[in-house]
Design a protein around this ligand. Structure first.
Ligand SMILES: [Zn+2]
Length: 258
């Protein structure tokens, strides 16, 4: 039995969500910080999080980087070091199974910058906020995967010696256009959008959910607690994604044809 709802509601919600996924020929998933928090990863973005007494919004901006790049790199190097200690969880792994079921008709859109979906084995991952495992040059097109290895306090480009920056989308920056277009297209084309671990209230999550509704896709939410989106979704499954997703995906695999 699930803590938030009666057993029959819970059962019914899971079955309904499984039937939506089973009936879809294309599926899109949108994940946020919640799924990684269950791996023990500290999450900051969009939660009013503080780092060393500073608002994260004041560390993760182009202005902060221009003012004090060493400080910004210290923040990201700490986050990279934290990442070396965490593993993908059962929720990440369930989404790998779901991708294997739908193959090319599956897109995983993530707001997370930790690379845990790929670490779990997901292949088609659209990182709309970038990745802290990659760095790029502030002056030339150089961009490279650096994993979670320790970087210098102030890393410089191997090609042109300019300052490197994390390949993430900071506050006040645009989303990467190509990745974002692919994410929108995936949602336009899907019959079922699964939203996991994000409050779904703010852009871009809210925009993708609205797009799914416009195109008559079913929307399933998996969150620890009800969100402002809960009223609008077709099914809301409240609980840890590491518990809910494996159970949901198991039912998709075994659900009888509609
Ligand atoms: Zn360069």
């Amino acid at each position: 039995m699930h803590p938030h709802v009666g057993e029959s509601d819970w059962e019914e919600g899971l079955e309904q969500a499984a039937s939506f996924l089973k009936a879809a020929s294309r599926v899109a998933v949108l994940t946020g910080a919640g799924i990684s928090a269950e791996s023990g990863l500290a999450t900051f973005r969009g939660q009013g999080g503080l780092w060393e007494g500073q608002r994260v919004e004041d560390v993760a901006t182009p202005r902060a980087f221009a003012r004090d790049p060493r400080q910004v790199w210290r923040f990201y190097n700490l986050r990279r070091a934290n990442l070396a200690e965490v593993q993908p969880n059962a929720g990440h792994r369930a989404l790998v199974d779901l991708e294997q079921r739908f193959g090319d008709d599956f897109a995983l859109i993530t707001q997370n910058v930790d690379g845990l979906h790929q670490a779990a084995g997901s292949v088609n991952v659209l990182e709309i906020h970038g990745s802290i495992r990659r760095v790029r040059c502030t002056e030339c097109p150089y961009i490279v995967e650096r994993g979670v290895e320790a970087l210098p306090d102030l890393p410089h480009c191997e090609k042109c010696n300019s300052l490197l920056r994390p390949d993430v989308v900071w506050f006040e920056e645009m989303l990467p256009a190509t990745i974002w277009s692919r994410a929108e297209l995936a949602v336009v084309r899907c019959q079922c959008l699964l939203v996991v671990g994000t409050s779904a209230m703010v852009y871009p999550a809210a925009g993708l959910i609205a797009t799914a509704h416009e195109h008559k896709a079913r929307v399933i939410e998996v969150n620890l607690q009800a969100t402002p989106a809960t009223q609008g979704v077709d099914v809301s499954l409240l609980g840890p994604s590491g518990t809910v997703l494996p159970e949901l995906v198991r039912r998709v695999a075994t659900a009888p044809p509609l």
